[in-house]
Design a protein around this ligand. Sequence first.
Ligand code: LEU
Length: 487
Amino acid sequence: MGPKVRMEMHMNNREKLLNSLRQHLSDASRPLHGFVLLQGGQEQTRYDTDHLDLFRQESYFAYLFGVVHPGFYAAIDVATGDSILFAPRLPSDYAVWLGEIKPLSYFKEHYMVTTACFSDEIASVLHQHYQGAGKPLLFLLHGLNTDSNNFSEPAQFQGIDMFDKDLMTLHPILTECRVIKSELEIALIQYANDISSEAHVEVMRKTKVGMKEYQLESIFLHHTYMYGGCRHCSYTCICATGDNSAVLHYGHAAAPNDKTLEDGDMALFDMGAEYHFYGSDITCSFPVNGKFTSDQSLIYSAVLDAHNAVISAMKPGINWVDMHILAEKVILESLKRGHIILGDVDDMMAARLGAVFMPHGLGHFLGLDTHDPGGYLKDLERRKEPGLKALRTIRDLQEGMVITVEPGCYFIDALLLPAMNSPETSKFLNRETINKFKGFGGVRIESDVLVTATGCYNMTKCPRDIREIEAVMAGAPWPDKISTHVG
Ligand code: LEU
């Protein structure tokens, strides 16, 4: 079962925000008062029906307060550091249909905040607490998510007009707090990784020709929920086999992991569980019949070499774009050795040939969100070149970042055909061998990696070498004892 959740983690997160915010305000010679005010997520019904989707807290709110209930607000007093939760006032029949109506004292104690009040009291409570002159100031969360291009919605409540609002300050500061993980956050990400790694091994062992892709998805979900207490996944499971493994985000409603596994197919399973809001993001690729062919070994080894080369090079100060380029180069060199591409690898790099085989970025921050925010600090601009423009961050690595390393190599007609017709890239492509790989799909190997003071640590513990995978699929025990690091 999952480890006990420690609310101190959220207290520490609030402390970290307060320190950064106060520092920022004093650097700008601004007064150190006002309130950080966040609105938590609301429960949603399915269209016009009363079917309730299972609620999952909004991630910034979860980061600071750890609240699992919908309909909350919360404030932090910048001057005193006091934290105040605002709970919805529930109707009495909540007790009949949904369970005990918890008293405010429960929320105060359970979530380790200074005070708990009702959400219809926000304006009056904050006015009482305020110690500055004039209207109290609210620091509201408003900013761009650079993965979705959506803006976070600033809090709204009755009486907000009685406050001054600052929409600019909070978002970049709070986002930056989330980029560097604390020990307690790392422990949760490690736990999500441990149980998900174990579930991937279970999937590998149970995979047989003739099964449906969704049966493997089901084994993963069962394992992480049954043995790990993980009710949520970090994202929709991608259980792709055969040519589906060249569809980067396969597994969605219109491509629902429903192909039958055929002898000779590669599988690409990208699945990660979430535990107390913190996630994992892991991909394993292997032949469904348990034995690599030489073509499969060629592509798999190209990707594994890239994965390992990046992890060997990662340490604070290394730039992520350089890691992407390193992965591309290792893959192109292997493809050249396999006569899939021809010519000089540096010329290929200049022609951005790598993006034909790996159109996505090498990896992204991971935490409360699968694509954790903070990839593009203010003033950092996205690159324009194919492949590089898909990077979800271009930052230098820092100790405490958790980032996925997920090189891939795919045979995607929608990219190969134009590349064969383009004067810049066609000369590198060996049509004859590439045609042999039609329908191959692709390979991705993805681990979650923590940047340490001197290098990095791979938090994912799945069989990666070809021999390890073949042995595990043939029934050998997976030797690494998977231990939880939560304490
Ligand atoms: N996680 C990747 C990304 O950066 C996509 C994945 C399907 C390779 O979007």
